[in-house]
Design a binder for this molecule. Structure first.
Ligand code: BDR
Ligand code: CA
Length: 337
């Protein structure tokens, strides 16, 4: 079994990443950490607990991170993810509650219990991981692998013209995390930035295929060139929740003239965490701009070692069709179970 620690700001695409991890029978999801980002941290926690219970995995602990970034005020993005962070999905309120250990200590304990084995995956701001590294500077050396969804290197940002959301929410945390890797035996994290994750574009047809593969009643899908109008009539509970979450995300992208598609940043990062060979990477030294009036939160990649040794491996290419084939096969198996 592959031990995975998942740190997220759930979040529509974080939800799909969580379900993907739960669906993988070879994964031991050690713990989930809630970090403030897309929605406030108590909402993130409620979502994580709810998804776990919907999947019958209320035994997996959920650890709560800080309510705010290290330095900045918290910004949230309900217009992207819905008022409760899960689009139109109406998840049942979880009966369980969060674990007593906070997210940062949970990182430290999970890594210390499995030296050299734990795979860390972060699909939200890096606040909790940065806090953990402040408390335990040797933490990076104990991870087998770290995968981060964040940054925008050779493409526009999605929060400011140059900054990607997860880094923009807590730039100081991102800067501290990158600075802690690529030295003292801490392997550079694989970074799934917008450069690649925006090519992982889900269409309504993927949801139609997912419902069919799950043996659910079909999802009604309009002509893709038509106005948004995807309807979830799925009789499978998990498929219904997923489609209700994702059709909000489709509408968000459509409203921003990106087409009736949705970028599945976080599920893609989850796949890379489990199978890093699905991407090609380039080594780089990543720095985060903290001071610029117009560039705060920008991630700068030095791919020529002009400023120091590489502290990241930036994912550059993948087979997008294979990514969706895997996602549909894996999630449909969870829905059928
Ligand atoms: C990231 O921002 C969030 O809104 C998504 O969940 C994803 O992790 C993409 O920039
Ligand atoms: Ca996220």
């Amino acid at each position: 079994m592959i031990p995975v620690f998942f740190d997220c700001d759930t979040g529509i695409d974080d939800s799909v990443a969580l379900l993907y991890l739960l669906a993988r029978r070879d994964v031991d999801l050690v713990a989930v950490a809630s970090t403030a980002g897309n929605v406030p941290v108590d909402v993130v926690t409620a979502n994580n607990l709810a998804w776990l219970e919907v999947c019958g995995r209320g035994d997996i602990p959920v650890h709560v991170g800080a309510p705010t970034p290290l330095v900045a005020d918290l910004m949230t993005t309900e217009d992207t993810h819905g008022p409760l962070g899960v689009g139109y999905a109406e998840l049942p309120t979880a009966t369980g509650s969060a674990a007593p250990t906070d997210a940062a200590d949970a990182w430290i304990e999970a890594a210390a219990a499995r030296p050299g084995e734990l795979i860390g995956l972060v699909t939200g701001p890096l606040t909790s991981l940065a806090t953990a590294i402040r408390r335990d500077p040797a933490l990076p050396t104990r991870l087998a692998r770290l995968v981060i969804m964040g940054g925008a290197f050779h493409v526009h940002g999605n929060t400011t013209p140059v900054a990607e959301w997860n880094v923009a929410v807590d730039p100081e945390a991102a800067a501290e995390v990158f600075a802690a890797f690529g030295r003292d035996g801490a392997a550079p994290p694989i970074v799934c930035s917008l450069d690649l994750t925006e090519s992982v574009a889900m269409t309504p047809d993927h949801l139609v295929r997912l419902a069919a593969a799950a043996g659910s009643t079909p999802v009604e899908c309009p002509d893709p060139s038509d106005e948004p109008g995807l309807r979830s009539v799925a009789d499978n509970v998990l498929i219904r929740h997923l489609v209700d979450a994702l059709r909000f995300y489709l509408e968000f992208h459509h409203a921003h003239d990106e087409g009736y598609i949705a970028h599945l940043h976080d599920p893609f990062a989850a796949m890379v965490a489990l199978a890093p060979d699905i991407v090609e990477t380039v080594p780089a030294r990543v720095a985060v701009e903290l001071a610029g009036e117009h560039t705060r939160g920008m991630t700068v990649a030095d791919e020529r070692s002009m400023t120091g040794e590489p502290n990241a491996r930036i994912a550059t290419t993948t087979d997008v069709d294979a990514v969706f084939d895997d996602l549909i096969e894996t999630l449909s198996a969870l829905a059928r179970s």
